[in-house]
Structure formats: C-alpha cells, structure tokens
Design a protein around this ligand. Sequence first.
Ligand code: CAA
Length: 374
Amino acid sequence: MKIGIDSIAFSTSRYFLRLEILAAHRGVKFEKYSQGIGQIMMPVFPPNEDIVTIAIDAARKAIAHIENIAAIDFLIFATESSFDLSKAAGIYVHHFLKLREDCRVIEIKQACYSATAALQLAKSFVRENHNSKVLVIGSDIVKYSSGSSGEPTQGGAAVAFLVSTDPQIMIIEDGSGVHTNDVMDFWRPASENEALFDGKLSAYNYLKSLDISFNRYLAKTNRDISSIDYVCFHAPFGKMAHKGAQQIKWRESIDDTLLYNSVLGNSCSASLYICLMSLLDHAKTSLEGKRIGLYSYGSGSVAEYFSGIINGKYKSRITAEKNQRMLESREEISFEEYELFCKNSSDSTNKIYENSGTVRLKSIENKKRIYLEN
Ligand code: CAA
C-alpha cells in the first residue's frame, strides 16, 4: 500500500529582520551570517502570533483542496515550543478547522525530530485505517538569548501536511535508519522561554548521528548512495545542511532545498519539511519518480534517515507562486521593534501588527489563551 504526503503548506510571521541589521548591532561582519552560517533574514513574531496561529494558517492551506474534511480523523501537533505542559496545542487547531468531534488530537515532542516521529506514526495509523487522513503539523518558534551565538539562527514556521493512501506528493518508503543517544547539546527546561545549547557539541552530534543513521538506512534498504536522487537535511542554519552533505559525500548541489530556510531561520520541527517544499517549488527539472533522502535530527537526541518517492501529480499540489508571494509580502521591522518583540511587548510602538492568517492570539486571561478569528 502506498502511504505518504498528499498535500503540504507552510506559514510564518508577517514580519522579518534583516540579518545585516542584526550584524551591525552585534558588531559582526554580515558575511559571517550570510556565508559562514547561511542565513540572511529571520522572521520575528509579534505578541499576537504564536505556534497555534501559524499552525492554523498552514493547516488551512494544506487542507484547502479537501471536499470531505470529515476524512481527517487524527491530528498530530509536533512542537518543542509548547506553552502548556498539559493541553495539546492541536486542540485549538481542531476547533478553528472545525474537524470532526471524534478526531484524535495529540501533541508530541522530541526537539526538531518530532514532525518526523509524527509522520511515521501517521503512516502506521493509515496502514491500519485505509480511509483515514492524518493531519500532521510541525510548528515552532525558536528563541535564543540576545547576543548569543545562536541569535542569528533564530526563526520559526509551521508546516502542515496530510498523510493518506495514494499520496499525490510523496510516497514514504519503508525502511529507515534511526539513532538515539543521550547528549546535552540543546535543551529548554520548562521554566525557560529561550533554548539553551552547546553549539559546537550540537553540530558534532548532528553529523555523527547523520553518519550512523544514513549508514543504517543504506544497510536496511540494501541501497547505495547512487539510488538517491536528491537529499534534504534538517536545517538549523543553511551551513549545517551543507556540512551534512559533505559528511555523506553528497556531490550534487542542495541549494534548492535551502532557499526558504535562508529567510525563515531555524523552524525546528518544520525545518526538514520546509526544505522539502523548497525543493518541490524550485527544482529545475521534474522530480517525478525521484527518490528523496531525508535527514531528520532532534537534539537530545534522535535522528532518522528515511526516503520518499515523488508522485507524478505532485505539481498539481504545490503552490510555489503563493509561497513566494507570502514571503515577499512580509514587512521588514527595525532593530528596536525586534528588541521589543524579544521582550514580548509591542505596547510602545503604537502599531497594529497583522497575523499571517485570520486567527490571532487576542489575550491571555487567567493564564488561558484566547484566540479569535479576525
Ligand atoms: N565571513 C565568512 N564566514 C565567516 C566569517 C566572515 N566574516 N566569520 C566567521 N565565518 C564562518 C566561520 O569560519 C564558521 O565557518 P565553519 O563552521 O565552516 O568553520 C562559521 O562562520 C560560523 O562561525 P563560528 O563557528 O565562529 O560561529 P559561532 O560560534 O558564533 O556560532 C553556531 C555558530 C555554533 C552554529 C551557533 O549558531 C549556534 O550555537 N547555534 C545554535 C545551535 C545549533 O543550531 N546547532 C546546530 C546543530 S543542533 C540541531 O540541528 C538542532 C537544532 O535545530 C537546534
């Protein structure tokens, strides 16, 4: 049975900061960010936008073509940016999407790996329930402390995709290489808003885990590297993905996979799938029938290397022009506004900030989040 990704979409903040501006304020050469790290812009999230509002926007786009929304009977929300240790963020999405009442909703976590765990879980679920469509969402907003080495890699986005039989975009193949090891390379205790990290250790472990999971994938599937046509990597920043390509001695360019990442920054759980969308939207020749290798890495750590085959009808499901328009219509903010957003306060700007979609976080009352449709 063919199971995989039937539709896919992403969303992000309507506001961004140019890393040229950040570099000037941090006394760093912009080339360190643009060439050394591989990033040129980062999205910045106003107080009325969060992982739920961008998730709703992405999900609405991903399910826009569905005639029977009742076919969605499972929603998995993958994130490491949770604001609630009990209630699943996906329940707000379920409400605004008006999904059926007996649709299961859960939230899952393992750093940036979680959307891949969700995809594999969805695939197993669909194998057992052939008529099901599972809505998988990876939504993260990554914040590091101001002035830290991680600051220029901050970012955020939500990706939403439907997993079903006869997928129009990509069949997820059986067989993958997984590697789990206990390492303190990146973590965020429940009391903290910003992630803590050991940058060099995290880069080392990303590459070591890639080596192990990739070779395990090759051994399990009895394939060699020449059977893979394109590769997408989890991209905490573009240069890390390039280092991944070197690690597995990949000779083709991966530039098409990183075009969205360079202006979205690290979107954690969404990142790998945004690299896949970047490839789908920008590949110069048809991807029909091509095998895509995918490397998912979540600090802490769990890594998985797996693959998919692109369906001949994928072009009917991709929205390259809309994605480009969404990114081009974003508004640049000043460094001063960025600093206000970091403190989660826009009060003194007297400016009304727009949302990516139509749902906004109106307020937090008695520690309850109140969302409203505009
Ligand atoms: N022009 C061009 N390049 C320059 C330059 C200039 N003027 N100045 C410096 N560079 C280059 C450096 O040579 C270096 O290149 P190499 O890596 O090829 O040697 C690169 O810019 C970065 O320079 P530094 O190593 O000095 O950078 P740094 O220490 O300030 O920070 C970082 C880099 C460690 C990755 C930091 O961004 C960080 O800690 N980020 C957060 C953690 C992270 O993203 N880890 C990735 C793996 S973990 C993961 O994948 C999970 C996740 O999503 C977090």
